[in-house]
Each structure stands twice: as structure tokens, then as C-alpha cells.
Design a protein around this ligand. Structure first.
Ligand code: PEP
Ligand code: MN
Length: 338
């Protein structure tokens, strides 16, 4: 921590600050400039008490952290890219992955038709919501456990690992029994108890960015997973809320190079929630690949207009096959295998 003292501080006041720094377990290093004095407090914030209390002292102008608040997700802790294994899929390595499937699991026929079609088109992970976080309590809430069983059946038939959302701590074990990756949705991105429960299942966790979450907050939410002994963390950008109304959200593709610098964990892009419009999904996928994403999460439905949730943003089976075809040169140009 760096503590900037107020200008013209008396020797007595300065000594009181230094004494407090020592009392909190740090070694003060005083640097005297022309206009003011700055104190470097040497020690590890993880093992000592926080020095932020000093910011309320009248002698102190500012307290600034030197260390990053996120530790385990940071590249400082793990300089190489980390990889996350889900079934046969190794995400974060040279191979590019596409997770695809319906927003919600609706029926056996709908799920299995989609699962076979997305696999044929090149998807390597099957998505499908069984427990759905709906804005209105009157909208379809998902098939629940029945949906999970259908996902397990689809995995058995296709061999594709499954990603599905975990909504509640009480269901962590049940969902983990059927899922290869647990999705934590945007509305729960800072539900820390849920993140801990997800981490404890030992399954990989895909953490969506919260609707109005800063990147630092997103990194810190991810830190909960790693801090609870689960190394299988994926970050997923799915658009943030802005003033724009042409799209459902604003898909922040700048998050990709930023996250790639800050963290070793793979980054996934969800263009479906990101723009909320099926006609824009392919363009956003191409952009995401070009910018260095490790995987995509795309909503696909056999009959999008009839979908029980997110009808406007799901691409059809043919639309998905075309998307995958158009994506191939971008994946190759980004130096990834497919
Ligand atoms: C979804 O993937 O269908 C979903 C509800 O995602 P998000 O939490 O990003 O809105
Ligand atoms: Mn959806």
C-alpha cells in the first residue's frame, strides 16, 4: 500500500501514522518529495490487516493499493494460459470450442434434435437451461430436474459434455450430477455463496459477467472459485447493460484482450444474450474469434420462433451450420485448431 500524507503535516502527526502502520503489521518506508511525503507500507495484505482504515485519518490524503485485489485468477499467479477439462473437451488450449444448444430445455425431441445437429456442425459442448432465471415469475421457469435428466440423456447419445445453469446453492449437487460445466448466470454473478457452492462441487464453473459489472468485480467474483480450491474457471462475457436499444445488451468484446492480459483463465463469448438478435450472432462470433476468445456459447433452437425463452436470439439448426462454416477461416486465422 502507498499512503500519501497531507501537505504540511506536522512531525507528530506523521509519527502517529507511521506508528499505526507498524501496529497493523507493516514496515513503513518514508519517501519525502518536494511538496509532500509518501509512505510505502511493506507487507502482505493477505496476511496483515488492511490499511484502508488510514484513509479516514485527517493526516492522510490517499491510500492506494499496489498489489492487485485479484490474486489467484491473475496472470501474476499463473503466467501460462490455464485449461479447463469438461468431458473430452479441453477449453483454453489451442483448440477452439463452440458450446451450443437451446436457451431452455423444452422437450426430449427438441433437445435431442438440437444436440445431434450442433454436434454434426462442429459444436463440442451442449448447452441447455433446465433451471431458468426469468425476469418475470409468469414466464417459463425451465423443466427443472426433468430437464437435467434430458441433458444427461443427450450427453449419453451424443458424447457431448453438457453446460447448464446453477440457480441455487441447494441444487448444487443435483445439477453437478448431470452437468459437466456449471453456468453461473449474469443475475447471480456476485452471489458469492452460490459461487462457493458451485466451486465445491468440483465441476468447472462458467461465470457470466454481471449485467453492470466492472471487469475488476468480475475477476474478484471468479477469485471465489479458485479460492475454494476449484481451478476449473471460465469467464463468459455476455453483454452489459447500456443506453443502446438496437441490441438487448452491449457485447463488450474489448473484455477479451483485457481479460487475456489480466487472467490465465479461458474466456468465452456469449453473443446470443450479448446482442439478443439472431441476425447479429454470426458477426459477433467472428469478432470474438478474431479478438482471441477461447470458446463461444451460442443459443440454437430447431424452431426459434416457437422457443419458450429467448426466441429472438436463437439461431436455427441450418443457421448454426452456416455460422460454423463461416467461422472456420476466422478460427484458422486466429491460429486455433478446430
Ligand atoms: C442463458 O444463458 O440462457 C442465460 C440466462 O444467460 P445470462 O445469465 O447471461 O442472461
Ligand atoms: Mn437465453
Amino acid at each position: 500500500m502507498i499512503i500519501v500524507l497531507k501537505p504540511e503535516i506536522s512531525k507528530k502527526d506523521e509519527a502517529a501514522v507511521l506508528k499505526e502502520i507498524r501496529r497493523l503489521g507493516y514496515r513503513p518506508h518514508v519517501m519525502r518529495g518536494v511538496a509532500r511525503t509518501v509512505v510505502g507500507a511493506i507487507g502482505d495484505e493477505r496476511t496483515h490487516r488492511t490499511l484502508e482504515v488510514l484513509s479516514s485519518w485527517p493526516q492522510v490524503e490517499q491510500v492506494m493499493p499496489v498489489q492487485k485485489r485479484h490474486k489467484l485468477v491473475s496472470r501474476d499467479a499463473h503466467p501460462a494460459n490455464s485449461t479447463v477439462k469438461a468431458g473430452k473437451a479441453l477449453i483454453g488450449g489451442t483448440k477452439f470450442h463452440v458450446m451450443a444448444g437451446p436457451c431452455s430445455v423444452e422437450s426430449e425431441k427438441q433437445l435431442l434434435t438440437t444436440a445431434h445437429a450442433v454436434k454434426k456442425a462442429g459444436a463440442t459442448v451442449l448447452r441447455g437451461g433446465a433451471f431458468k432465471p426469468r425476469t418475470s415469475p409468469y414466464e417459463f421457469q425451465g423443466l427443472g430436474e426433468k430437464g437435467l435428466k434430458l441433458l444427461s440423456k443427450a450427453r449419453k447419445e451424443t458424447g457431448l459434455p453438457v453446460i447448464t445453469e446453477l440457480l441455487s446453492e441447494q441444487q448444487a449437487d443435483l445439477v453437478a450430477e448431470h452437468a459437466d460445466i456449471l453456468q453461473i448466470g449474469t443475475r447471480n454473478a456476485q452471489n458469492f455463496q452460490l459461487l462457493i457452492a458451485a466451486a465445491r462441487t468440483g465441476r468447472p464453473v462458467l461465470l457470466k459477467r454481471g449485467l453492470s459489472m466492472k471487469i475488476e468485480e468480475w475477476l474478484l467474483a471468479g477469485e471465489y472459485v479458485l479460492a475454494h480450491e476449484n481451478p476449473g474457471l471460465l469467464f463468459c462475457e455476455r453483454g452489459v447493460r447500456t443506453f443502446e436499444t438496437y441490441t438487448r445488451n452491449t457485447l463488450d468484446l474489448s473484455a477479451i484482450p483485457i481479460m487475456k492480459k489480466e487472467t490465465h483463465c479461458p474466456i468465452v463469448i456469449d453473443p446470443s444474450q450479448g446482442v439478443g438478435r439472431a441476425d447479429l450472432v454470426t458477426a459477433m462470433c467472428k469478432g470474438a474469434v478474431a479478438m482471441g476468445a477461447d470458446a463461444l456459447l451460442v443459443e440454437v433452437h430447431p424452431n426459434p420462433t416457437e422457443a419458450w425463452s429467448d426466441a429472438a436470439q436463437q439461431v436455427s439448426l441450418d443457421g448454426f451450420a452456416k455460422l460454423m462454416h463461416e467461422l472456420r477461416p476466422f478460427i484458422a486465422a486466429a491460429g486455433r485448431d478446430f
